[in-house]
Design a protein around this ligand. Sequence first.
Ligand code: CA
Length: 241
Amino acid sequence: MRSMPAVLVVEDEPAIAELVAVNLRHNGFRTTWAMDSASAQREIDAGVPDLILLDWMLPGDSGMVLAKRWRAHPRTKDVPIIMLTARGDESDRVAGLDAGADDYIAKPFSTKELLARVRAVLRRKAPEPVGESVTVGQLTLDPATHRVSFANQPLKLGPTEFKLLHFMMNSAERVHSRAQLLDKVWGDHVYIEERTVDVHVKRLREAMLQAGCMVETVRGAGYRLTSKPENGIPAAEKAGA
Ligand code: CA
């Protein structure tokens, strides 16, 4: 286990980058600073960091473009990304999450908030104490190997989606409100909006392919994982596994 997590700060405003870097260093992080997309890519090519703080508005490729690229690349797909954005508009922030960011912070932010979010994202990413493999219908999740399969077909899930599914499988058929999911899956991450849950549920359903319908929306209540979705799972029945 590495004692000092490495954070890549991608930010074109030197004053903000320095403020962030100094605070992270004082709190036990190693930091590298890249001021544009090209140097950020060079840093990543040289070594994959534990977390990326990524400014939205950058010279060259935007933070959105970079987040999408790094999410799609095998080397960087699991590296947590926190977007730094001056944009206050919720639709922009959701777009950032859709691009693959794990969280976002709107500027101006306090360094205390920044540290809390960095720690929360790293904690979410950290290996959990290994639990038992859990099966719901034909869906199986193994925390030890971090593998999920449906009808013996492997599914590819992001770290937050994996944690969300794990929690929902451990309490299958039960309905959870967005607030409960935030509490159980995101932990003490108090700043995050309930809307974020919807973004990750959407991503989870997409990643689960034909089994996505097992994650049901319960109107006015929240979400439930069920082995008997209302519309069934046609492809799985055909597979007959
Ligand atoms: Ca900027």
